[in-house]
Design a protein around this ligand. Structure first.
Ligand code: HEC
Length: 152
């Protein structure tokens, strides 16, 4: 299972081929994907920061949902021609993504590994959750710092 998902992540970075969707629709789907990732992360982050009571079941469910999201074939969302240079105002995805796919792949792998690690501990109490969420949050930031523009 783990191996299969990893190969999905790797395949996800080799975005080529024909797509029926318009560039704008692709950017929309990409942002929707990350909106869902952020949605799950929000409650995990709130628990880790003590802003929300720890709930083993809710934490496990969010971790599981992140695993599902991390397993999507995200190449579909990284079609060339969909950067913020191509679609100003519609996306914050920097052109650097398409000139440095190996770098994006590395950040994606770190994200994936952190989601796996989170799933191993999410239901085991707040002390176990906190560092795993911190680790995962670091992988979000690492990718955003390099590949997501601050503004539209
Ligand atoms: C491999 C790179 C990468 C990783 C890892 C990553 N992101 Fe992102 N994220 C992006 C990019 C690129 C965008 C910009 C998408 C766009 O505007 O088209 C983005 C956008 C977002 C957005 C804004 C969506 C919108 O409506 O425009 C949120 C929220 C977000 N990410 C949350 C997260 C969280 C939380 C994590 C970690 C749990 C994470 N991301 C991990 C690359 C990444």
């Amino acid at each position: 299972m783990k191996k299969l998902l990893i190969s999905t992540v790797i395949a996800a970075t080799a975005a080529t081929g024909a797509f029926a969707q318009s560039p704008s629709d692709t950017a929309k789907a990409r942002r929707a994907f990350y909106t869902l990732v952020g949605y799950e992360m929000a409650s995990l982050g709130a628990m880790a920061q003590g802003k929300m009571d720890y709930d083993a079941e809710a934490a496990s469910q969010s971790a599981k949902d992140l695993m599902t999201l991390a397993g999507l074939h995200t190449a579909d969302y990284y079609v060339p021609g969909t950067s913020n240079a191509d679609l100003p105002g519609e996306t914050r995805a920097k052109p650097e993504i398409w000139s440095d796919m190996a770098g994006v792949q590395e950040k994606g792998m770190a994200f994936y590994e952190a989601v796996v690690a989170l799933n191993e501990v999410a239901g085991n109490g707040l002390d176990a959750l906190r560092p795993a969420v911190g680790q995962l949050g670091g992988t979000c930031k690492a990718c955003h710092d390099d590949y997501r523009a601050k503004d539209f």
